[in-house]
Design a protein around this ligand. Sequence first.
Ligand code: 2M8
Length: 472
Amino acid sequence: MSQHQQSPHPSSRSGCAEFAPALRTADALLVTAREVLDANWTGLYTRPSQALYPHQWSWDSAFIAVGRSWHDAERARQELETLFEAQWETGMVPSIVFDPAAPPNAYFPGPDVWQSERSPAAPRGRPTSGITQPPIHARAALEVHRHAPPNQGAASLAWLERLYPRLVAQQRYLATARDPRGTGLAAIVHPWESWLDDSPAWDRDFGRINVPPGALAPYRRLDLDHVAAADRPTDADYARFLYLLTLERDADYDDARVVATSPFLTVDPLFNAIRLWSEHALAEIAGLIGANPAAHRAAARRIHEALIGELWVPERQCFCAWDLARGQPEPEQTIVQFGPLLDPDLPPAIVAALCRELESSSFHPRREGLHYLVPTYDEQAADFDPDRYWRGPIWLNTNWLLWHGLRQHGRHVLAEEIVASSVELVRRSGFREYFDPLDGSGRGSDRFSWSAALFTDMVLASRRPRNLAKKG
Ligand code: 2M8
């Protein structure tokens, strides 16, 4: 279906905030967004939030760098450099780099629980977690470079050149150590690797893990000191998160052992679509710095074929996460199914099917008055929960990813609705970590860095004339 055939702008029918007025009135919020990022800056990287997440998180830093690069290219470059200094010898970029300057016992599970030093591949003297997060970093690096002011072009290119081998190693790690079936798709060994920690996308896989009595040392959930329990993962899920952590730690984070024995081994369409999107970014970066882009294009092609060959379920017209342990698809309708929109080569018939679903009552209910996009879980599902973390609420990073995916397939109406809705959510509730899709109220921590950064990017990029918007 072409852009002209799309349904009329739903704002005329349902009250979803309109695009142009939302953009025009976002200036004051852009100023606050910058203040949030500056307040969370440590001198080397940006904390996701002051109290709840007082260390460096891998993919938070990538999002933050993109948003920050509109006004402070140097800090944006520093953000990613700091993160990659903690890259493991295997190429893995750890999900958390612990900050020795953070108050002790500020976050649980901390470095004493993770014990990354048990792996010979971990950086010495720099405690980290022992798992990874989605590899959005090459894409982020390209965006940061694109935003560099003209007088910093050379510095930015030199930075890209330094970072490139590290980005390549990150992608190579996922293509090798994490592809036990040789399908071309990388598996995650912990829901924390997906970033959508308690998403229903892996309820069957994750939910069947029983934590044996006595397997966990007594612990206290520090997250609940800062955020209402109803907004966070349940205690049962938290115990499973920690149990998986201990299994991986007890295997000294040896990839082969972890992949062979992990009770959680899942292939996520969104994680792999991000890999693919970053391979395309690497091809562009290679072109910029005089390296050969061919291997990156080939890698992207391989992921493209595997996404469609392995994860597309034609009879259901959707992408599903696959539980490799059971060899079965996870049937829940969640935000991860839309991840492959990031693939610029996705066939038009599949793009149309994904857009139909995105516009359905599951993800785009036409309620009276304002409504908000895009819930992370099917609003029609019996266990949809508007408050609890990744089990329904809207997050600005998933909105940002969908906005990119939709634009590159010419789906500008839906893409603009997502931006308008994001602006409205921030106007109503501030730079919260996530939002209730039913009434737009904020959830989780406040003054959350990636909300500020991605808000900035969506608003400023949307103000550019469309013919300047880049593809890929
Ligand atoms: C959340 O994850 C951490 C565990 O790594 C937590 O709940 O304590 C997720 O939203 C993750 O995607 C994010 O990177 C992290 C920091 O914002 O918080």
